[in-house]
Design a protein around this ligand. Structure first.
Ligand code: SF4
Length: 270
């Protein structure tokens, strides 16, 4: 089964390499039988992909994970996108009981207490709903790019995801940030205004800040943590989820957060 998935992913990646984005979407829909799901975070890469999927008018489902902690600007982008393309983006929300339990035990922003708490929050707000969104899917489309961070440098156009039993497809894997911005501007694609305010990558509001000159694109995500831990669990191997971080002392992240927040406030006041 795994070798079949591997081969199918390799064949797909090879075929996609010579195509433009429109051709890639058409080829994916022709080559991958079964349910196709595109999970959008409403960030600029995903907006480019939403444009291509919506314009193709095929069978790829567009869904998003509504964590309940997004920036208001993300909801504006969501609304504007549905209106621009005449589509509905299906939302998957956290299970109510899991959210209530976490907030009762850890506090509303308890994800800052430790890496494990942060991973637990991402777990019930993102990873569990993602599992429901991808149930029964044969292909999972994402807006990942190799250039987004060191963690994503090896992102291929398509790869087997044996844990989920599907092919993970990254049609923008070989695009640069400039390619994405050019595509969005040339095609009048709606995008989140925070991208014009120093946010190359936009996640939940309490866990995303603008970046400084010279920082990598995902430096503003969970900025109080080590760079190697900056994934929410959606795009890491299942075995890496909830792994305790033994190099960070309890309470250290909260102190680092307070220091950085103070620095940012001063920067904004200048
Ligand atoms: S990004 Fe922050 S608020 Fe959002 S799910 Fe992860 S820890 Fe929770």
């Amino acid at each position: 089964m795994t070798s079949q998935l591997d081969k199918a992913a390799r064949d797909l990646a090879s075929a996609m390499a010579g195509l433009d984005l429109k051709g890639r979407i058409a080829h994916i829909e022709a080559a991958v039988p079964g349910r196709l799901v595109f999970t959008t975070s409403l960030g600029i890469e995903d907006q480019a992909l939403t444009h291509a999927v919506a314009m193709h008018k095929g069978r790829t489902e567009i869904v998003t994970l509504d964590t309940g902690r997004l920036y208001p600007e993300a909801y504006d982008t969501w609304t504007e996108t549905e209106s621009a393309y005449g589509i509905r983006i299906r939302a998957y929300a956290p299970e109510r009981e899991a959210e209530e339990r976490f907030v009762a035990e850890s506090g509303i922003n308890g994800f800052r207490h430790s890496v494990a708490a942060r991973q637990a929050c991402c777990g019930f707000r993102k990873v569990e709903p993602l599992g429901r969104a991808l149930a029964g899917a044969a292909g999972w489309l994402t807006g990942l790019r190799a250039g987004q961070s060191a963690n994503r440098a090896d992102t291929p156009l398509a790869e087997a995801d044996p844990a989920r039993g599907l092919i993970k497809i990254n049609p923008l894997a070989d695009w640069s940030r400039a390619d994405v911005e050019r595509f969005v501007l040339e095609n009048y694609v709606p995008y989140n205004v925070l991208h014009d305010r120093g946010f190359p990558s936009i996640g939940c509001a309490p866990c995303t800040r603008a970046i400084r000159v010279g920082e990598d694109e995902r430096a503003g995500r969970w900025w109080w943590e080590q760079a190697s831990k900056k994934e929410c669990g959606l795009h890491v191997q299942t075995s890496d989820l909830h792994a305790p971080d033994e190099t960070v002392a309890p309470g250290q992240e909260a102190a680092a957060f307070e220091t950085t927040r103070h620095a940012n406030t001063l920067e904004m006041a200048r």
